[in-house]
Design a protein around this ligand. Structure first.
Ligand code: UDP
Length: 310
């Protein structure tokens, strides 16, 4: 199959490129490297089935693309709070204009279209765990609004194209995902802790550290994404690991795995930081037969080993 991946040089995008190349697809990777990195795809550059275009989706002339795609995976977007706060307009544009360009291409090529949405569409949720039918608790003008509302607008646009043009669209709502190739300076909690452990610095905890997250290892996520596009289910599907941890528990686990006893450095809480997050994955289990298989301790070990080798 011919596949387009926007954001293919990012953390998740590059793992998706690997999985598709390994199963024999032709992969066309488009990335402006605003938050992605050439290093993530360097090992694929000599492969005859891999095409990399360094370009911004917003300006890129889609008519230049030499072949027809069967599937378009639209991942391009800054995704860590630090990155989207740094690039607020780019984040809104790639999720609005960028999504529309990809949808028009899917329409023209009769391709399937998968969008990587986010658990951030649920905002600071008032229910736990979050099910796909929860509408969310989002501040439309807050410090995370460029991402949350960008993704919410994209979901609305995708459903409109699905309903009007009958495109086979798919929306994956991705919960916190981690693994090799995350940028250690992307500001997220796992890269921060890994980098602090490598440099033997205190582990920074924002607020009281009792807020929760549920962390999914990258390989599990990629399996879920590949299964979704094989279905006829076009409403949003949560993809994440339902094991929920406080940030303090995560910090303790990093100390346990590394054998270090790094102290905790408590810092001011971030504004609009969700207090809890945990996916309800009953839908994914039912329609994909999917459930994550890597627990946090094993996934963290693999991740830390990757950075120690790198
Ligand atoms: N966090 C923390 N220390 C850090 C980085 C993040 O305590 O060094 C907290 C952050 O406040 C949030 C959680 O960890 O409550 C997850 O943050 P992250 O940026 O990884 O992703 P989010 O789920 O907020 O998008």
């Amino acid at each position: 199959m011919n596949v387009l991946i926007t954001g293919g040089a990012g953390f998740i995008g590059s793992h998706l490129c690997d999985a598709l190349i390994n199963r024999g697809d032709k992969v066309f990777c488009l990335d402006n490297l605003i938050t992605g990195s050439r290093k993530n795809i360097e090992h694929l550059l000599g492969n005859d089935s891999f095409y990399f275009i360094e370009a911004d989706l917003i300006d890129f002339d889609m008519t230049k693309i030499p072949f027809n795609f069967e599937i378009i995976f639209h991942l391009a977007s800054p995704a860590s709070p630090k990155d989207y706060v740094r690039f607020p307009i780019e984040t809104l544009r790639v999720n609005s204009i960028g999504t529309e360009k990809c949808l028009n291409l899917a329409l023209k090529m009769n391709a399937k279209f998968l969008f990587t949405s986010t658990s951030e569409v649920y905002g600071d949720p008032l229910v736990n765990p979050q099910k796909e039918d929860y509408w969310g608790n989002v501040n439309p003008i807050g410090p995370r609004s460029m991402y949350d509302e960008g993704k919410r607008y994209a979901e609305a646009l995708i459903m409109a194209y699905h309903r009007v043009h009958k495109i086979k669209t798919y929306i994956a709502r991705i919960f916190n995902t981690y693994g090799p190739r995350m940028r250690l300076d992307d500001g997220r909690v796992i890269p921060n802790f890994v980098s602090q452990a490598i440099h033997k610095r205190p582990l920074t905890i924002y607020g009281d550290g009792k807020q929760t997250r549920s962390f999914c290892y990258i390989d599990d996520l990629i399996k879920g994404l590949l299964l979704i596009v094989e279905t006829d289910y076009h409403m949003p599907v949560n993809i994440g690991n339902p094991s929920e941890f406080t940030i303090i528990e995560l910090a303790e686990l990093v100390n346990k795995i590394t054998g270090l006893e790094l102290p905790f450095e408590f810092k001011e809480a971030l504004p609009d930081d969700p207090r809890q997050r945990r996916p309800d994955i009953e839908l994914a289990k039912k329609i994909l037969g999917w459930t994550p298989s890597v627990n946090l301790e094993d996934g963290l070990r693999k991740t830390i080993t990757f950075y120690l080798r790198d």
